[in-house]
Design a binder for this molecule. Structure first.
Ligand SMILES: Cc1ncc(COP(=O)(O)O)c(C=O)c1O
Length: 333
């Protein structure tokens, strides 16, 4: 188990703390080891104990501290606390990749004989994992159109444990009504999972709308520089704690150096997102006003998504309203 770092020095109760401050200071202890200004890379596979008593106390659960790299690393912990602060989550767990995060979370939440519902417009590797891997372990999967809440609710069975979706979706950038999605889950006592990779907590914080678990590919906007692979699972301490237990067995842990790059990348998170939102808005406005582009028919993007200029529920106040029409076919990474 990773050593629990002190909470971030910024106290949200004292003054409103924005994403910029949280991205810079969130999760960071003061002073840092060796009076370093930056978060050190603790490049170690295992950790020393002062003596046998300390080791015994740790295994007896009397002291909580780092033990072995598969169970956590101090650099990883800083990145986790920073992301938890940005997402408004009770706990965060970092993984070697976004897929490591999604697959471990789903493995932890599902078991043989259970059922999961996924929305159709989702990252294809997630759908492959559900339909081709989980199905081999006796877990049943139903796929419903993203945005069709009646179909979502109709697909729920007594054995359903999880509803999974993305918002925005990859590739068509559909935005879910998160409040409605979460309410359906609550009504049926089913956990809800949202992959919010494309929005990031700058634009959308699904936990505030009642969603149980948020997943991110930190490889994208969170890292921000295309120089790391990482994933994150965020939610209550109870839910994420259960997933952490499985990660300690399956081992999809993030490397300390990648965790450091993520902490460094997040320093400019708010600035980057602000510019990226402005760029996306400019592209959307250009496309909306362009007669030829306006005539494009998106073959596999049905018209049940009406044009709207209003901000979808779940969309943060930092973000300009997204357009209904996707500016491009989206990433297929
Ligand atoms: C929405 C979404 N979720 C998850 C992933 C997987 O993330 P990673 O490549 O970090 O495993 C991707 C990758 O493109 C993605 O677009």
């Amino acid at each position: 188990m990773a050593e629990r770092a002190e909470p971030q020095p910024v106290d949200p109760a004292r003054k409103p703390v924005g994403p910029s401050t949280l991205a810079v200071h969130g999760g960071e202890v003061r002073p840092k080891p060796a009076h370093s200004l930056t978060t050190p890379i603790v490049q170690t596979a295992t950790y020393t104990f002062a003596n046998t008593q300390e080791l015994k106390d740790h295994f007896d659960g009397k002291i909580e501290r780092v033990e072995y790299g598969r169970y956590g690393n101090p650099t990883q912990r800083v990145a986790e606390l920073k992301l938890a602060a940005l997402e408004g989550a009770g706990e965060c767990l970092l993984f070697a990749s976004g897929m490591g995060a999604m697959t471990t979370a789903l493995f932890a939440m599902l078991s043989r004989g259970t059922h999961v519902v996924v929305t159709d417009d989702s990252y294809r590797r997630t759908r492959q994992f559900l339909n081709q891997t989980l199905s081999r372990y006796g877990i049943e999967v139903s796929t419903v159109p993203a945005g069709d809440y009646d179909a979502l609710e109709d697909a729920i069975r007594p054995t359903t444990r999880v509803l999974v979706s993305e918002s925005p979706t990859n590739p068509y950038n559909r935005i879910l009504d998160l409040e409605r999605f979460a309410a359906i889950g609550r009504r049926h006592r089913v956990k809800t999972v949202i992959d919010a990779t494309f929005a990031t907590p700058y634009n959308q914080r699904p936990l505030e709308w009642g969603v149980d678990v948020v997943v991110h590919s930190a490889t994208k906007y969170l890292g921000g520089h295309n120089d790391l692979l990482a994933g994150a699972v965020l939610g209550s301490a109870e839910l994420v704690g259960a997933i952490r237990g499985l990660q300690g067995i399956t081992g999809a842990i993030v490397d300390p150096f990648a965790a450091y790059l993520l902490v460094r990348g997040l320093k400019t998170f708010a600035l980057r997102m602000e510019r990226q939102n402005a760029n996306a808005q400019a592209v959307a406005e250009f496309l909306a006003g362009h007669p030829r582009i306006a005539a494009v028919h998106y073959e596999s993007c049905p018209s049940r998504w009406p044009a709207t200029s209003t901000r979808p529920r779940g969309w943060s106040t930092h973000a300009p309203s997204p357009t209904s029409r996707p500016p491009s076919a989206g990433s297929r990474a």
